[in-house]
Design a protein around this ligand. Structure first.
Ligand code: 5AD
Ligand code: SF4
Length: 471
């Protein structure tokens, strides 16, 4: 059968690839259902890609397992944004050598942002000969064909996208969502900003927006399937729709989505401050479904560092927007990303970041020590401050943020919050969920409330967590 398959490779269409992979995998699994173990690293965009990968694998007859030992296919969906994430992937892929030794028919695939970097894909090729398939972010939709080739060509398969494929958005891929009431909806792919520290524009290509009709249809069907918490995703959602004809703004997309009837809340990430407009803030303030939480990464509080990062806004412009947003949405919750120790950053400049944190009073922060990425402009800049010192700076910043978070939580005591109950906390046995402002709240209640919005009165505040009771 294999010979026949090789002969016909070029003529097969997607459906045939799916069918052939299903047949071959069923034979390899000796008639049992083939099992896939999919591990996703990194940001929500990657998680959303992982759901499309799993959707396609499901079409090809796979079931899923967390246990690498019982898998017929192990797939790592990787992240390139910081060195630490890359090191973990290399470590974890290296550890598969023994499993492959015990189970030679195991298929190993590595995909995602890391694999879009040529030097990394090369390393995977040379140092990990037991990896069967390597593919990048631009060719996820080709998974059936790639697996088919891996199974029939008798050679390892390596495929990265190019710019021509980059521009096409493939709609209609099956999605196997991880949750039954929380969902990710990608509204745009790629990034045009080239912040000097960031690898994303190199591995995910230029901005491409999905058509608003496709997004509206997806959100409508999620709402009617009972999804309650829907997060729109893009590297910079505020530049959504600029390149579409006719052009549409992100605020307009939000207004159209907000008209959908149903019991759901809408979130979005990530907003770039340079493109976040007052119109966007007004839209949130006037909406029915958009949660009063904005993730607005400012990265650094120093104008000199912001310029070196190519962020295209100033501290003053950022604070101006925040002041406007707080005025229009008094219960607004703000979160942010911060990079500590950008090349050439001085302690004084770092202190400007700390002072901005104090001024804005964020609900929570995602903080990162600068990590040089090959191919980015910042990686060429002199970086004299040792890592240990940057770690001290980070600890200093986290201590300040802890006080702020504690203060922000304590003023919520006595308020009633709408909380989407997500799960039972393994530690306390209480129901746990997030408020509209994205703060974790725990309260007593029955399992039937999981997946529902609950009105919860806050009774006590811990640093990152609220306790409450059902109203
Ligand atoms: N080093 C450290 N942090 C980074 N980020 C992006 N690139 C780097 C890097 N090279 C952070 C930014 C971004 C978040 C997703 O990751 O803060 O907003
Ligand atoms: Fe990276 Fe900047 Fe694009 Fe965000 S906006 S993905 S930080 S280049």
């Amino acid at each position: 059968m294999t010979e026949k398959l090789i002969e016909t490779t070029r003529e097969l269409n997607r459906e045939q690839h799916i069918e052939e992979v299903a047949q071959i995998m069923s034979i390899r699994a000796r008639g049992a259902v083939p099992m896939a173990c999919v591990r996703t690293y990194g940001c929500q965009q990657n998680v959303a890609d992982g759901e499309k990968i799993k959707g396609q694998l499901e079409q090809m007859g796979f079931s899923f397992t967390e246990d690498e030992e019982e898998a017929d296919l192990i797939l790592f969906n990787t992240c390139a944004v910081r060195e630490h994430a890359e090191d973990r992937v290399f470590g974890n892929v290296g550890a598969l050598k023994n499993i492959k030794h015990r189970n030679p028919s195991l298929l190993i695939a590595v995909c995602g942002c890391m694999m879009e970097q040529e030097h990394v894909a090369e390393k995977m090729k040379k140092s990990f000969p037991f990896v069967n398939l390597v593919f990048g972010t631009h060719v996820i939709h080709k998974l059936p064909e790639l697996l088919f080739r891996t199974l029939t060509d008798g050679r390892r398969v390596f495929e990265r996208g190019d710019d021509s494929e980059d521009k096409t958005i493939i709609e209609g891929l099956p999605i196997r969502r991880d949750g039954s009431f929380k969902a990710w909806v990608t509204v745009m792919y790629g990034c045009n900003n080239f912040c000097t520290y960031c690898i994303v524009p190199y591995v995910r290509g230029r901005e491409r927006s999905r058509k608003p009709e496709a997004i509206l249809e997806e959100v409508r069907s999620l709402v009617s399937a009972g999804y309650r918490d829907i997060t729109l995703l893009g590297q910079n959602v505020n530049s959504y729709g600029k390149e579409l004809t006719p052009a549409i703004s992100f605020a307009e997309l939000l207004r159209q989505l907000d008209e959908i009837e149903g019991d759901f809340q809408l979130r979005f990430m990530t907003s770039h401050p340079k493109d976040a407009t007052r119109e966007l803030i007004d839209t949130i303030a006037q909406s029915r479904h958009i949660s009063h939480h904005v993730h607005l990464p400012f990265q650094s509080g120093s104008n000199r560092v912001l310029k070196a990062m190519n962020r295209s806004y100033t501290r003053e412009k950022y604070l101006d927007l925040v002041a406007y947003a707080k005025e229009k949405i008094p219960d607004l919750s703000l979160t942010s990303d911060i990079i500590v120790g950008f090349p050439g950053e001085t302690y004084e400049e770092f202190c400007e970041t700390v002072s901005l944190i104090k001024e804005v009073e964020f609900t929570s922060l995602y903080t990162f020590i600068y990590s040089p990425r090959v191919g980015t402009r910042a990686a060429e800049m002199p970086d004299p401050i040792p890592y240990e010192e940057k770690s001290h700076w980070l600890r200093e910043l986290l201590a300040v943020q802890e006080e702020i978070a504690e203060k922000r939580c304590s003023v919520m005591v006595g308020t009633v919050q709408s909380v989407l109950a997500e799960e039972r906390s393994p530690k306390t046995g209480l129901l746990a969920g997030r408020s509209g402002g994205n703060i974790m709240v725990e309260f007593a209640g029955g399992d039937e409330l999981i997946g529902q919005f609950c009105q919860v009165r806050v009774t006590a505040a811990r640093i990152w967590l609220l306790n409450g009771e059902l109203v």
